[in-house]
Design a protein around this ligand. Structure first.
Ligand code: PEP
Length: 258
């Protein structure tokens, strides 16, 4: 069966109550179209419930931008897997480069988060990618391999069907200090890395797991460049930051998959 593409909005620390109201009043795609793809909105924690009511049982899903690695306890300011699950969150972003860089999240921490999310039936969207220096020194594949091996430690192959890998080259993220010109990766180069990720998963687990795994791309995706990514055989969707904040732009991105 053909996989449904994932189109995931990472709103980061943006969009308040009025913005969300406006976004959904301009979001006019019909359920018939939404059913052909998997749309996931990742608002700030405080607005997850609000977005849930704005979605209002339509075929779109809720995700969070982070999760804590312990189940519960004295962790001031953190949010647990069970709390996210209570809110109806079916997805969670883990290992975003902003969290790796600003909050020193390691692949070991990301591994704990993945295990905990899976325990609560939340699909982790595992972000990984190389920085500019690593790309320029030809270390992209090595970096990806190391991150994958450590962050997927002791997962079993059936659990790989319940995770999404997001290849996000750090130098291509629109808000990254490494990307002053808002450059995305080219679809062709991203396809090479996606294919490599799938091969690694094949080696680490098995062929079937590698084939059914969803590997999506993130980094300055917009309505102008989306068609290239949508055509690539190993790119199963996109994680969108900046261009997901406006309903009009986000819908144009979704339409590339309809
Ligand atoms: C991101 O930060 O996950 C991202 C993909 O951002 P942007 O689309 O703005 O590059």
């Amino acid at each position: 069966m053909k996989k449904k593409p994932f189109i995931i909005a990472n709103w980061k620390m943006n969009l308040g109550s009025t913005d969300l109201q406006r976004f959904f009043s301009h979001f006019t795609l019909a359920d018939e179209d939404l059913n052909k793809v998997q749309i996931i909105f990742c608002p700030s924690f405080v607005f997850i419930e609000r977005v849930g009511s704005l979605i209002n049982n339509r075929p779109m899903f809720l995700g969070a931008q982070n999760i804590f690695w312990e189940e519960k306890g004295a962790y001031t300011g953190e949010v647990s897997a069970s709390q996210l699950s209570d809110l109806g969150c079916r997805y969670v972003i883990v290992g975003h480069s902003e969290r790796r860089n600003l909050f020193n999240e390691s692949d070991e921490i990301i591994n704990k988060k993945i295990h905990l999310a899976l325990e609560y039936k939340i699909v982790p969207i595992v972000c990984l990618g190389e920085n500019y220096q690593e790309k320029e020194s030809g270390r992209t594949k090595k970096v990806i391999e190391q991150k994958l091996i450590t962050s997927l430690e002791s997962l079993r192959s059936f659990e790989l069907n319940k995770i999404i890998i997001a290849y996000e080259p750090i130098w291509a993220i629109s808000t990254s200090p490494e990307n002053p010109g808002n450059m995305s990766d080219s679809p062709e180069e991203a396809q090479v890395v996606h294919k490599f990720i799938r091969k690694l998963i094949g080696d680490m687990f098995d062929e079937h797991t590698a084939k059914s795994l969803s590997v999506i791309y993130g980094g300055s995706v917009n309505p102008e460049n989306i068609s290239g990514f949508a055509q690539m055989g190993d790119i199963d969707g996109v994680l969108v930051g900046g261009a997901s904040k406006e309903a009009d732009k986000f819908q144009k991105i979704i339409k590339a998959y309809l």
